[in-house]
Design a protein around this ligand. Structure first.
Ligand code: DHB
Ligand code: FE
Length: 290
């Protein structure tokens, strides 16, 4: 049987990818940020999963205003790295896991969540920057990411976006789907995007460190209560792009403690301001066994 063994949460700032690709990670501006992921890169090597189920948002790269799926699961064998205006990042293509992805689609749709099935899609910084942060620099020619990845795109760009409650319930359905897959697979679920930031309008540059840190506390200790936070609070307190944080509730909902199972263990927690226009938050929760 497949198992969710850990959940990982991280911001996805595009400038982080550029800093890695241009070998600027030791510059004074970037050094404290990358220092916070040193533990995580070691942890990833020691806890290498068979598959990563990666919850992220597309930024009008694969989808445009012509087609806006609320939840889209990537069932393809591979996903090309998108060109976001400066050419594709020099990182390996993303290899998928079509059989597990199809099984999750089947199970989650039968649990009454209407997923869009995507057999062809390019993936942008929302997916590649978390992979880079956790897995380190990769040679695009020689290299491959450490394991297959199932991309799961959530619309947090064009309103109406899904609620925290819906995302949290979806995470629970995803855990059931994974645990009903016959093969013994070690699956990690990642929730990405956030933390507070606003890229537009009079409040551009907004950061709310106090609210972000409380979000991390609550994500760990009282996720069901946190899931009740309405959109307006994310936008007011964490800025217009802070709404990306609802995706973290999908990953958190997939941990066993939410359904009465053993507690999750905090393996790592990190918070840093600034990275480009964004506050960076990061958490690793390991699944304790019963
Ligand atoms: C920035 C952050 C994002 O989440 C994003 O998608 C694009 C840019 C930024 O901080 O610059
Ligand atoms: Fe973003």
């Amino acid at each position: 049987m497949a198992k969710i063994t850990a959940s990982v949460y991280t911001s996805h700032v595009p400038a982080i990818g550029a800093a890695m690709d241009l070998h600027k990670t030791h510059e004074p501006y970037w050094q404290p940020l990358f220092q916070g992921y040193e533990f995580s890169k070691r942890w990833m090597k020691e806890h290498k999963p068979d598959v990563i189920f990666l919850v992220y948002n597309d930024h009008a790269t694969a989808f445009s205003l012509e087609l806006i799926p609320t939840f889209a699961i990537g069932t393809a064998a591979e996903f090309a790295v998108a060109d976001e205006g400066w050419g594709p990042r020099p990182v390996p293509k993303v290899v998928g896991h079509p059989t597990l992805a199809s099984h999750i689609a089947q199970s989650v749709i039968q649990q009454d969540f209407d997923l869009t099935i995507v057999n062809r899609m390019d993936v942008d910084h929302g997916l590649t920057v978390p992979l880079s942060l956790m897995c380190g620099e990769q040679d695009p020619k020689a290299g491959a990411w450490p394991c297959p990845v199932i991309p799961f795109a959530v619309n947090v760009v064009q309103y109406p976006v899904p609620s925290g409650q819906r995302c949290f319930a979806l995470g629970q359905a995803i855990r059931k789907a994974v645990e009903s897959y016959d093969e013994d697979l070690n699956v990690q679920i990642w929730g990405t995007g956030g933390m507070s930031h606003q890229l537009q309008g009079p409040r551009a540059g907004l950061i709310n460190a106090e609210w972000d840190k409380r979000f991390l506390d609550r994500l760990i200790a009282e996720p069901a209560e946190l899931a009740k936070v309405p959109h307006i609070e994310y936008v007011r307190e964490a800025g217009s792009e802070g709404i990306e944080l609802v995706m973290w509730l999908i990953a958190r909902g997939a941990m066993a403690d939410v359904a009465g199972g053993p507690a999750a263990k905090v393996a790592h927690r990190f918070y840093h301001v600034p990275a480009s226009n964004t506050a960076v938050g990061h958490l690793i929760l390991e699944q304790n066994r019963a």
